[in-house]
Design a protein around this ligand. Structure first.
Ligand code: DX5
Ligand code: ZN
Length: 230
């Protein structure tokens, strides 16, 4: 059951990724940046789809008590279907599955049936053609600007061609789909991504690795808004 509204589709949103926060003090980290958080981005890594392990439904359930923001759960998992219900019950508002794992149509159906907002993600080397057929069925397209698995990597600018293609398609068909970018988003790259057509910006290191995360998130939003006006 989706309890928290995602906000107007297509509007600019900042989604801090807690992957870069201090896991020993997550509630504080989330609280500290709350005023600049549109969505809270939760990176779930299974040690199989990606070579790293992060967090799962119990952490989402605990954090749910400390935040009223939209929980945007990015499932970097080979078998996300086994866990969708657990994430929904834990308090996820949206779940994003990767197109590379296959069974996309049924994963989208299952997530929808659970009342989740539905996202589909593509790795940097996955062509737009692979996600295009699902645009009418999803709420969010996540175009990775790094290979998933780790925070703190460099933004891959060549993914912007795909972002622009997605934005064109979403606009031409007037689809209610947000376009999210994730990986290496900072003050320099946020405006680049926004100009290409992204409207949801995930940022981990650029927020939580800064001495003042709230101010960093504020500056990121300002940089993105400036990019949008250009
Ligand atoms: C990468 C994750 C990202 C990551 C972004 O696998 O999906 O959400 O936290 O981190 P930064 O912003 O540090 O690149
Ligand atoms: Zn992510």
């Amino acid at each position: 059951m989706t309890l928290i509204d995602a906000g107007p589709t297509g509007s600019l949103r900042v989604a801090p990724s807690i992957l870069a926060a201090d896991f020993g003090s997550l509630a504080n980290a989330v609280h500290e940046i709350d005023a600049e958080t549109d969505w809270l981005h939760v990176d779930v890594m299974d040690g199989h789809f990606v070579p790293n392990v992060s967090i799962g439904p119990p952490v989402v359930a605990s954090l749910r008590r400390y935040s009223t923001r939209f929980f945007d759960c990015h499932l970097m998992m080979s078998e996300p279907g086994r866990y969708l219900e657990a994430f929904a019950q834990a308090g996820a508002d949206g779940c994003t599955v990767h197109v590379e794992v296959g069974a996309t149509a049924s994963l989208i159906r299952d997530a929808r049936a659970l009342g989740l907002r539905v996202g589909l993600a593509a790795n940097p080397d996955t062509p737009f053609d692979k996600v295009a057929p699902f645009l009418g069925e999803i709420d969010l397209l996540l175009l990775m600007t790094v290979f998933p698995g780790f925070g703190g990597q460099s933004f891959m600018e060549d993914v912007m061609t795909k972002v622009s293609a997605a934005r064109r398609e979403v606009d031409v068909q007037s689809l209610p789909v947000d376009i999210e970018v994730d990986g290496g988003i900072d003050l320099n790259t946020a405006p680049v991504a926004v100009r290409a057509g992204a409207n949801v910006l995930v940022a981990g290191s650029a927020i939580f690795s800064r001495p003042a995360p709230l101010e960093a998130a504020h500056s990121l939003r300002a940089a993105a808004e400036a990019g949008r006006r250009r």
